[in-house]
Design a protein around this ligand. Sequence first.
Ligand SMILES: *Cc1c(COP(=O)(O)O)cnc(C)c1O
Length: 465
Amino acid sequence: MKFKTIIEPFRIKTVERIRLTTEEERREYLHAASYNPFLLKSDQVIIDLLTDSGTSAMSAEQWAGIMRGDESYAGAASWQRMEAAVRDLTGYPYVLPTHQGRAAEHLLYTRIGGKGKIFISNTHFDTTRANIEFSGATAIDCPIPEGRQPDLFHPFKGNLDTQQLLENIEKYGAGNIAAVILTVTNNSGGGQPVSMANAREVSDICKKHGILFILDACRIAENAWFVRHREPGYEEKTYRQIAQEMFALADGCVFSAKKDALVNIGGFLALRDLDLALQCRTVLIVTEGFSTYGGLSGRDMEAIAIGLEEVFDPDYLHYRIKSTAYLADKLHELGVPIMRPAGGHAVYVDAKAFYPHIPPEEYPGQALVCGLYLKGGIRCCEIGSVMFGKYDETGRLIPAAMELVRLAIPRRVYTQSHIDYVVETFSGLLENRQDVAGFRITSEPPFLRHFTARFEPLIPVFETI
Ligand SMILES: *Cc1c(COP(=O)(O)O)cnc(C)c1O
């Protein structure tokens, strides 16, 4: 018998209480948080879809590993296990542990970056771009054009545009390109996958021009699922083999363990080149910690080693990708405008299409984020003009290209009924969406305003949703 129901391939052994607040309570909390969900307290939230980073539920095996953690300063057994797990997966001989992904980025990109250097990526993740620009270098995004069209179907919307890559090599000179970074899956583009063919093409171009090729690999297991199911020739390979094949194409990787290593903190940099690794190791010891723990405790490293195994379990990966698609499909059926097909870790809702009567200056994404919280206690993140909007000289808003709301799904945390509840909340919001009004910003910091900005609803309409 072929089952349609996707069951969670785990039993629940420890539970964490969710406090079921009422709409009245949430109205007060939202007001107190100045209509910015980043300012809510987590116990005021019923379903937290703010991020999939560091929010995974660890397995019984990982918790057992936590107890086994060897906290020796140098050469801990837990480090040896993590190093072996990373070497075996990536094939890179030199592994540098870091407290999270951005620390690995900082080690490498400040080493190879600097003024006049160029980095090219399918899309640089925020912290990647920040580390590159901090070094004085320039980060250029070259996603394929299909990746920028929310409604268009393409099996590998995360691919890098190799034509643009070649043009940039021509324009800036291979010697000035510090690295090409392939982000798998492409986080900023909605967790969209990258094909093996694309990775191979990028690899060939980099080899030919002598350019360093780095994978930003924190969701490479999720990416492997898409390769196996969408790219001809990979049906018979295991997810792990697919990931290994992709690692083999590159010269190294940065990795945030808070994603596919199924832990709450951690990361690493892994490299093929000894000389580069030694240069980064010097900075590691100055800024993170000795080279056999680099800012992590022994128990963290133990949990990472186990998580890197567990994430390739075919039942887990199938459940993971299918349950993200489940949310996307249900929302699509309801008539909620979303980016399709769904990526691996998140569903993006097109708030501009959801609230067509709210202009970008009144932040339709923020209206949706607040509506989801008020109606259902669901917390998620605006990725639109609140996050990326800028002002011109006259103080007028230059809106972002898209007004999206991201529903990021923590790994192994929520069950199907939680997701059904999210869908039901959307159906409630659809009912009187024409009555919903937008927001005005009352105070904001000069940088990264979405974290701490304060808002005011253009009432009285908001009160009625
Ligand atoms: C999360 C993330 C990072 C940064 O990792 P942190 O652990 O948050 O520092 C880098 N790249 C991508 C693609 C990510 O998703």
